[in-house]
Structure formats: C-alpha cells, structure tokens
Design a protein around this ligand. Structure first.
Ligand SMILES: [Zn+2]
Ligand SMILES: [Zn+2]
Length: 179
C-alpha cells in the first residue's frame, strides 16, 4: 500500500506563525520590528489574506485562506504584514508604496495575493444602468467607475464592431434592492 504524504498542517498553526514571526524579526527585519504583536486567525477576512492594526498590536490572518492555501500561504501573509510594520517602525509611509514593493522584492515577500476567494456575502443591491440608444437595462453588483463607463455590448457589437463608443455609454438609473 502506498502512503501518501499528508499536506503540511501543523497542529497549532498560530504557534507556528508566532515562531516564524520571532525568527524573521532578526533574519528579515533587522531586529527593527517589535516582537509582541498578537497573531490571530480571523474567520471573516476574504478579500484580504491578512491585516495589521498597529494601535491594537494585532496581526490577523485569514482563516479562510489558511484553510484553503495552507501554512506557506499564511506565512507569506504574515511576512507581508510584518513588512508594513517594518516601514511603520522606520517612520515611513507603510502602504503598498514604492518602498514597500522594493523591499518586498528584496526580501522575497509577496505584495498581492492571487488566491481565489468568495465574496463575504452577496449584497441584495444592484446598480441599474440603461443604454441611451436601445434602452436596454443592465444590472451590476457594483457601481461602474473609471475614466469612462461601460457601454452597451449589444449596441457596440451592432454599430461599432465591438469598439467602445460614447453614444452607447450606459447611464446610471438607480440603486435597487433585489427581492
Ligand atoms: Zn498589505
Ligand atoms: Zn444598447
């Protein structure tokens, strides 16, 4: 009988993350960052794989992403959050800015995750748009934003061989509740 290796799932993943944290304070962050931030799993984070709140001295790791993508992913997230903390401790802006990306590349830290994730909850609201030409109604989960909006697909295909055209730009009608 062939025994398949089990996926790497430590018994106490938070303890594992804490150990990793203590290790990289010196090996990746020059001993600059504090060692006393708490690490917890957050069962609600979906879009984010993790989050750091300096004021609460708290690092949250998404339980969803850990469960789905494992310890390696949780460690990648932890190091990402610690890089925010590192810049913060150096008194620098600590968002996903140029310094963040430069240091992330240097230290082998992930900037953006590419994990799939479900939406927390589908909202009952939709944004209704109308094509000014054919009057077709289109509903969207989110408000359309950007330099120019969406155009009616049917009209663009019919009249401009699929190219975006301002004449067919959808106009906002209303935010409606789906019932
Ligand atoms: Zn971040
Ligand atoms: Zn149209």
């Amino acid at each position: 009988m062939k025994v398949l290796p089990l996926p790497y799932a430590p018994l106490d993943p938070v303890a594992e993350l804490r150990r990793h944290y203590q290790r990289v304070v010196d090996t990746k962050f020059d001993g600059v960052i504090p060692r006393d931030f708490r690490i917890v799993f957050n069962p609600f984070l979906r879009r984010l794989t993790g989050r750091i709140t300096y004021g609460l001295r708290l690092i949250e790791i998404s339980r969803y992403h850990y469960t789905k993508y494992g310890m390696k992913d949780a460690i990648a997230t932890l190091e990402h959050e610690l890089l925010h903390l590192y810049l913060h401790k150096l008194g620098l802006p600590s968002g996903h800015n140029k310094d963040f990306k430069r240091l992330a590349a240097k230290k082998g830290i992930r900037v953006f995750h590419a994990n799939a994730y479900p939406r927390n909850r589908t909202t009952p609201y939709r944004y209704l748009y109308e094509c000014p030409s054919c009057r077709r109604l289109v509903s969207r989960m989110r408000r359309i934003s950007g330099p120019h909006g969406l155009a009616c697909g049917i009209c663009c295909r019919t009249h401009t061989s699929g190219r975006w055209d301002a004449r067919f730009e959808l106009t906002f009608v209303a935010r409606v509740m789906m019932i």
